[in-house]
Design a protein around this ligand. Structure first.
Ligand code: PLP
Length: 445
């Protein structure tokens, strides 16, 4: 892409070429190398960057010519036909926007205020914090942008050296996002790898052992990559332990509605933490639950002690945003605003979100039953116990490699699979392949 645009640029250069006197590219229209100014030689020192751990594997999948290749890498919903799904409620909202005529003016620095208000109500429910006007919220570039902004905010306003604790394991991007924001990243215990379930005691010990005033990044629901969420009781204990140590909480909510199919139930940890009076920032994404992946719609919000404090926090968030990207994109926010602003469309949306969650849950059961049918004697019950887009299978890195090399099934090396990539047409094939690479071997931890 970039090379193409460089050529296009060359066609507009005056002849002879200003930097080296070569004959005009315009005249010859040849594809020979462009002669750049010597100043551009610094580009010779730019090394090849490593591919992104997840998106690089997605590129490997696209490049594979295997006829029955299966993509279990990226967390994007697919229907039973294996295709992406634009929710009908989203299509309806887009149709209305088109009919009304959408101006393409800039959004304010903090985005579309009405969208943010509705988005926060979606997450916080009827919380006193919202009613009292003490939540400072801005529209962000989806969940990633919200996390990045949160990191910058912490970096500016918490004492230097404050560390952020992320779960072991966590969504891979959390670590560089927070490092780039200047925070020291440490891990808290989360997954018991011998059972692929929550290491609850380890989690509480990590909270107790961290220096007071640390930041804990928690996944609000449908933990990525493990699919393991604390129970209601466990959330209560986590909350108590964090309050007792005076830690800060960054709740990352990328899957509200995706976990149980009920967006309100999936927000219960957020609402509990808000009511418990935590020092809390919330990063919210509408990528998965509204299927608005590429629209980059999200929010970041801070629960404050008063509306005056919230106004100050908002002013600082805007100061961070302005030199970073000026203002967020408008289209996706208008879609969410349209859906959440119409009771009938909201009800339709809730139903469609539930359809996605139900299909994911059905595919968990189907995979486990197909593994049994394929002859696997391993206990795969963690796959059905886990929740959300992903299952943490327990496959070791070498089993993952074999699954890809021998069966063209693409997954991340930690054994995480995107359940959205499974459908009734490929479940048996996937199960047989998993059985092939795990038969007679211990599942990893
Ligand atoms: C836990 C978690 N947080 C944040 C994100 C960010 O998603 P997006 O930037 O697409 O909203 C993801 C995406 O996979 C995620 O899994």
């Amino acid at each position: 892409m970039l090379a193409t645009s460089a050529l296009a640029l060359a066609y507009t250069l005056p002849a002879p070429h200003a930097a080296c006197g070569a004959a005009s590219m315009l005249a010859s229209r040849s594809l020979s190398p462009i002669c750049l100014s010597p100043a551009a030689s610094y580009l010779d020192g730019v090394p090849q960057g490593a591919p992104d751990a997840i998106l690089g594997l997605a590129a490997d999948f696209r490049a594979s010519t295997a006829p029955n290749k299966v993509n279990l890498v990226v967390g994007a919903y697919r229907g039973s036909d294996g295709k992406p799904w634009v929710l009908p409620s989203v299509k309806e909202a887009e149709g209305r926007l088109l009919e009304r005529g959408e101006f393409k003016e800039y959004a304010p620095i903090d985005g579309n205020a009405r969208f943010t208000e509705r988005a926060l109500r979606f997450a916080y429910g009827d919380s006193a914090a919202l009613a009292e006007g003490r939540v400072a919220g801005v529209q962000t570039l989806s969940g990633t942008g919200a996390c990045r902004l949160a990191g910058e905010f912490y970096s500016r306003f918490l004492p230097a050296g404050t560390a952020i604790y992320v779960s072991d394991p966590t969504w891979g991007n959390h670590i560089p996002i927070m490092e780039r924001a200047g925070l020291e990243v440490r891990r808290y215990a989360y997954l018991d790898r011998s059972t692929n379930s929550l290491d609850f005691d380890g989690l509480i010990s990590s909270i107790n052992d961290a220096p007071s005033g640390s930041i804990f990044l928690l996944h609000a629901c449908a933990h990525n990559p493990t699919g393991v969420d604390p129970s209601r009781e466990q959330w209560r204990s986590v909350s108590d332990a964090i309050l007792a140590k005076g830690h800060h909480v960054l709740m990352d909510c990328a899957y509200q509605g995706f976990a149980s199919g009920d967006a309100d139930a999936d927000a219960s940890a957020i609402r509990f933490f808000v009511d418990a009076g935590h020092s809390l920032l919330l990063a919210q994404s509408f990528a998965k639950n509204f299927g608005l992946y590429g629209e980059r719609v999200g929010t970041l919000s801070a629960v404050c002690a008063s509306s005056e404090q919230a106004a100050k926090v908002l002013s600082q968030l805007k100061l961070i945003i302005r030199p970073m990207y000026s203002s967020p994109p408008i289209h996706g926010a208008l879609i969410v605003d349209e859906v959440l602003g119409d009771a009938a469309l909201t009800a339709q949306y809730y139903d469609e979100c539930k359809q996605m969650a139900d299909r994911i849950s059905a595919m968990r059961s189907l995979l486990v039953s197909e593994l049994g049918a394929a002859g696997s004697s391993h206990d795969w019950s963690h796959i059905t116990d886990q929740i959300g887009m992903f299952a943490f299978t327990g496959l070791t890195p070498s089993m993952c490699d074999e699954l890809t090399a021998k069966h063209a099934i693409f997954l991340t090396k930690d054994g995480r699979i995107s359940i959205a990539g499974i459908n009734p047409g490929n479940a048996a094939t996937i199960a047989a392949a998993i059985h092939d690479v795990t038969d007679g071997k211990d599942l990893g931890g």
